[in-house]
Design a protein around this ligand. Structure first.
Ligand code: 13P
Ligand code: SF4
Length: 320
């Protein structure tokens, strides 16, 4: 067997041996997603990853995604061992929202409810009243707005702007963005639509407003996959990380899926529609993490964990 098959077999055996469940995000390599499916783990969006990890009976969770996903798993399941292929896999939203500055921002507006995206550190979550993922953000802000609450929103300004437009809520924004979605280009999308006049445009709301405005469906990764399955179009132009094509094509087999264009291409775009941190989740790294967890295990300070758990559980209860 070649190296890939060898690693797949070894990882499968180690997962069983260690009573471990593999939880993977839709943006990871198809090989990783297939492995999660074949081993009874889960491939899903950020919200479902959190739920699945919390509810699973396994003693260990192997989280294939980025660091905030591993931290969320640990915050919700302190009794479980949580390992990741690499702890280097971060997120530009997390990096762009350092705890100290964010705390100052919140402290300057004590009359506002603090709502943070799941793509943040445990420390930032600990400062928040609510954590949201893109699957549930709109409903939660709608709920808060209906209670007359004013909001601090962080860190994704594009998702925040989209929600503000939809709900009319009073939201003070942190200025962060996802380097992957920020590069989708409305100008280039106009041309792509001319090439595929029957295509529906599916957009993740971490994309710029000009791109979101051209969408036929806007939503989280799982919501975009559902849209590809249920909309009558035979072709879709998809503005999110290209890792999603594996699952989207599997669930919408007859449909033609086209990558939405980024502002640059080849050497000129930063991410070219694939998250460099998600891409760090390879089979070798995962195998190493299962063999030797040192430097690949998630730890969250207990006092911080207890604080961060409150807004996370608030979200999960709301979503239930
Ligand atoms: P969702 O899968 O929750 O839509 O999140 C998108 C994302 O960018 C995760 O990094
Ligand atoms: Fe962060 Fe964007 Fe990568 Fe998701 S795709 S982990 S939001 S940088």
């Amino acid at each position: 067997a070649d190296r890939t098959e060898q690693l797949q077999a070894q990882i499968k055996a180690l997962l069983v041996e260690q009573d471990a469940a593999l939880v993977a995000h839709y943006y990871t390599d198809p090989v990783i997603q297939a492995l999660a499916e074949e081993t009874g783990g889960c491939v899903s969006d950020s919200l479902e990853m959190a739920r699945f990890g919390r509810d699973h009976s396994a003693q260990k969770l192997v989280v294939a995604g980025v660091k905030f996903m591993g931290e969320t798993a640990k915050i919700l399941s302190p009794e479980k061992t949580v390992i990741m292929p690499t702890l280097e896999a971060t997120c530009s939203l997390d990096l762009g929202c350092p705890e100290e500055e964010f705390t100052k921002f919140c402290d300057a507006h004590p009359d506002r409810v603090v709502v943070v995206y799941a793509n943040t550190s445990a420390a930032v979550k600990a400062r928040a009243d609510w954590v949201v993922t893109s699957s549930i953000a709109l409903e939660i802000v709608e709920h808060l707005d209906s209670e007359g609450k004013k909001i601090i929103w962080g860190p994704d300004r594009h998702l925040g702007a989209y929600i503000q437009k939809q709900t009319g809520a009073d939201m003070l924004m942190w200025n962060g963005e996802c380097i992957v979605h920020d590069e989708f280009s409305a100008q280039a999308l106009i041309k792509a639509k001319q090439l595929y006049p029957n295509a529906a445009v599916l957009v993740h709301p971490e994309s710029p407003a000009s791109v979101v405005d051209m969408a036929d469906a806007v939503g989280s990764t799982s919501q975009l996959i559902k849209a590809a399955q249920s909309m009558p179009n035979d072709t879709f132009i998809v503005a999110t990380d290209k890792g999603i094509f594996y699952k989207m094509q599997q669930l919408a087999p007859g449909k033609t899926l086209i990558e939405a264009p980024t502002a640059g291409n080849g050497a000129t775009c930063k991410s070219c529609a694939h998250c460099p941190w998600m891409a760090m989740n390879g089979l070798e790294a995962m195998h190493n993490a299962l063999l030797k967890s040192a430097g690949r295990e998630i730890f969250v300070d207990e006092a911080l964990r207890q604080k961060a758990m409150i807004p996370l559980e608030r979200m999960l209860t709301f979503a239930a």
